[in-house]
Design a protein around this ligand. Structure first.
Ligand code: FPP
Length: 224
């Protein structure tokens, strides 16, 4: 059976779920957050050490301001209400992406990261204002500045995901088959599951089913 240390998720379909069920995209984001909470619990139950969630891409700034504000309010309230509990559960929170939000949100994100830095049960990477191409450009620039060789090792070491294993499994909900500029380097050997369900409708049972199937796959990493 395949070891499973790191799951990455593209949580797609909030908007469509919200329009269909509540006539509001934002209601979909609110429901999506409930799924996030259930999936965190299930990740712990499955003894997985790293969970990376794509919550906001560098391209998502093109959305209407009202939706962007709603999403960031949701995030802020989630962290304010839940950070103590996450900390008590020995969960470490790390932000991937460029933290250029409001001074208030930047401060809260830094506080949450610092508070949970030494926790070790589960690391949640929240990708916010994240774009993989820009992360790679940043890594190359750092290598050049430090006058180091361009090598796979040095590239990995200069990404925001240094100190963690690459994802073994990528799940994308929402019935769309693309990577959307998410962890392009790190997903080189990941097993990819595209799920038809929209993110708010994705359940812990669906998650367990994907994990079970993942565990039966023969992973060759280029060998035979
Ligand atoms: C993609 O669905 C989802 C997002 C851009 C936001 C993800 C946010 C959440 C799951 C809730 C908030 C999470 C936290 C951690 C606060 P979409 O809106 O692109 O859906 P669509 O394809 O149906 O339009």
């Amino acid at each position: 059976m395949n070891p499973l240390k790191h799951v990455a998720i593209i949580m797609d379909g909030n908007g469509r779920w919200g329009i269909k069920n509540k006539n509001s995209r934002n209601a979909g984001h609110k429901a999506g957050l409930k799924t996030v909470e259930k999936i965190i619990k299930q990740t712990i139950k499955n003894k997985i050490k790293f969970l990376t969630l794509f919550a906001f891409s560098t391209e998502n700034w093109k959305r209407p301001k009202k939706e962007i504000n709603y999403l960031f309010n949701l995030l802020e309230n989630f962290l304010l209400n839940r950070i103590e509990e996450l900390h008590k559960q020995n969960i470490k929170l790390k932000i991937l992406g460029v933290k250029n939000f409001s001074p208030q949100l930047n401060k809260l994100l830094n506080y949450c990261e610092k508070k949970t830095l030494k926790n070790s049960k589960l690391q949640i990477n929240l990708a916010l204002n994240y774009g993989s191409k820009s992360e790679l450009v940043g890594a190359f620039k750092k290598i050049k500045k430090n006058k180091k060789n361009i090598s796979e090792k040095n590239i990995s070491r200069n990404l925001q995901t240094k100190h963690m294993p690459d994802p073994d499994l990528l799940i994308r909900t929402g019935n769309t088959k693309r990577l959307s500029n998410f962890l392009l380097w790190q997903l080189a050997y990941a097993e990819i599951f595209f799920e038809k369900k929209l993110w708010p409708a994705f359940t812990p049972n669906d998650y367990d089913r994907v994990i079970r199937e993942f565990k039966t796959i023969k992973r060759n990493f280029g060998k035979i």
